[in-house]
Design a protein around this ligand. Structure first.
Ligand code: NAP
Length: 455
């Protein structure tokens, strides 16, 4: 879907040099621009959707693309030329100001420190994924150099906070970069802490590299890490939204673990993506027309039972684990269908966060509901390694130009996409950045393009 005219205003010499593969030494000698093209929402518009139904709140009205000043760089940060980024659901939340305006997060961050104060601006540069080239390193950065090719994970923590020393997700001031901080990845130049950087998979293009870190790391913690509900061989795992952002990674992690995924999707096209990915058992919820809610206040246990029967008829038993994120629409059913002693692991509530389920099914059958959120550094690196090794493939289904970021977010808001949508920033054209064609051949072009071919 690339193809909108690219606004070259503000694309400086240094970005041209990055695009043309200049060396780190050459980049380090070139002056940085004072501004960068970026996608942002405006504080002055944060109330514009008051009284509007969620589905009618339009990201195309609130996501602007224009030049913004580059902030001063903190000692532990780098400036990154973002070759490509991606749309995550959190950018949808920011753009429709739900469940709250993200300017509150920025104002709170501003109270933390001198460097935190930079974030509370009248605009919020969004985006929680990115792949690119380091342009400058702060004075305290040790492990990375100008010119390094990297991807970015979005865990933004203060390493001086002792509450995060065992598991950085437990840090009391843990934030998601580009959602709870400013200067996110949907820009030509972004600002990230050095400890968010990870090596870019060499066999992937920029746009393929940019769509993974947030969703892959989230699913890894939920289903592989001991901090989630780790899957083991022979487990049955029910995955809602199995061809979506986190779901498509969940399916791959479950398959890699020797377990059996049961993917739920809402169309035949999405079902065929899952089949090609290796997920044999798929339920099309549109076709089944489950009505878990009879009215906004009452759920129908017979519909939970019908889903349970459908799962049993596919895989011969109840799920050991349910990968939950739709929230209010599905949680009652998820708790019901999980096997005795099984786990419902949840990281979200797309359809509503005030959840209802029948607690008798939880306690009498000794089930566990486990909350999970993004991933710590170890988990993000481990998840990135699955990509580097070609054991997980990017679910890239479409690519938009940065100027089209509102359209891209609109697609995700209305569930019109599959997998992940990539966004070209500095790269401006698709297919660049592959430096290991041998590994690419080994993983296979066909497997790497499953989501694009089904579009
Ligand atoms: P996504 O790409 O939009 O995929 C979500 C999928 O869920 C949809 O494709 C849809 O699949 C399914 N779905 C949506 N509403 C549903 C409903 N009412 N009932 C059943 N299925 C429904 O989004 P994503 O990137 O996977 O993210 C999913 C959620 O997780 C979002 O709320 C996001 O904010 C959250 N999230 C949280 C974290 C975290 O760290 N806590 C990280 C990433 C994402 P079908 O229509 O095919 O069934």
């Amino acid at each position: 879907m690339t193809g909108a005219p690219t606004n070259l205003a503000g694309v400086s010499e240094i970005l041209d040099a990055v695009r043309n593969g200049a060396s780190g030494e050459a980049l380090a000698e070139m002056p940085l621009p004072a501004t960068t093209r970026a996608a942002f929402v405006l504080r002055s518009e944060q109330d514009m959707f008051e009284g509007v139904a969620s589905k009618d709140k339009d990201p195309r009205k609130t996501l602007h693309v224009d030049e913004v000043p580059l902030p001063e760089l903190a000692p532990d940060e780098v400036y990154l030329a973002v070759m490509a980024s991606s749309i995550n659901f959190n950018t949808v939340w920011t753009s429709i100001f739900e469940p709250m305006s993200t300017f509150g997060f920025l104002d709170r961050l501003a109270k933390d420190s001198y460097w935190g104060r930079r974030h509370a601006l009248d605009y919020h540069v969004v985006g929680s994924d990115g792949a690119g080239v380091i342009l400058r390193t702060g004075s305290a950065v040790r492990n990375w150099r100008v010119g390094d090719e990297v991807t970015v994970h979005c865990n933004y923590v203060d390493d001086q906070d002792p509450s995060g020393h065992d598991d950085s997700m437990l840090s009391s001031n843990q934030r998601i970069w580009g959602f709870e901080t400013n200067f996110g990845g949907l820009a030509d130049i972004c600002v990230v802490k050095a400890n968010q950087l990870m090596p870019k998979p060499t066999h992937l293009s920029w746009e393929e590299s940019a769509v993974n870190a947030l969703c892959n790391s989230t699913s890894y913690r939920m289903l592989v890490s001991r901090n989630g509900a780790p899957v083991t061989q022979g487990d049955r795992v029910l995955i809602w939204g199995a061809s979506g952002g986190i779901g498509s990674f969940a399916v791959q992690h479950v398959l890699n673990s020797g377990a059996t995924p049961i993917g739920i999707v809402s169309s035949a096209a999405k079902a065929s993506i899952l089949h090609e990915l290796g997920c044999e058992h798929v339920i099309n919820r549109e076709e089944k027309n489950y009505k878990f809610w009879m009215d906004p206040h009452t759920q129908d246990e017979s519909e939970w039972r019908r889903l349970g029967k459908d799962i049993r008829s596919l895989v011969g038993g109840d799920p050991d684990i349910v990968f939950e994120h739709p929230g209010r629409s599905t949680m009652g059913a998820s708790v019901f269908v999980t096997r005795r002693g099984g786990t419902i692991v949840t990281c979200a509530a797309t359809s509503g966060y005030m959840i209802e389920y029948d607690n008798r099914h939880l306690w009498m059958k000794l089930k566990t509901i486990k909350g999970s959120h993004f991933s710590n550094y170890r988990e993000a690196w481990a998840a990135n390694q699955t990509l580097i090794d070609g054991k997980v493939v990017p679910p890239l289904s479409a690519v938009f130009a940065l100027e089209q970021v509102g359209d891209a977010a609109y697609e995700v808001h209305h569930n019109r996409h599959e997998g992940k949508i990539g966004v070209l920033c500095v790269a401006q054209e698709e297919g660049l950045g592959i430096t290991n064609p041998e590994l690419r051949d080994k993983v296979g072009e066909k497997r790497l393009t499953i989501f694009r071919r089904h579009k």
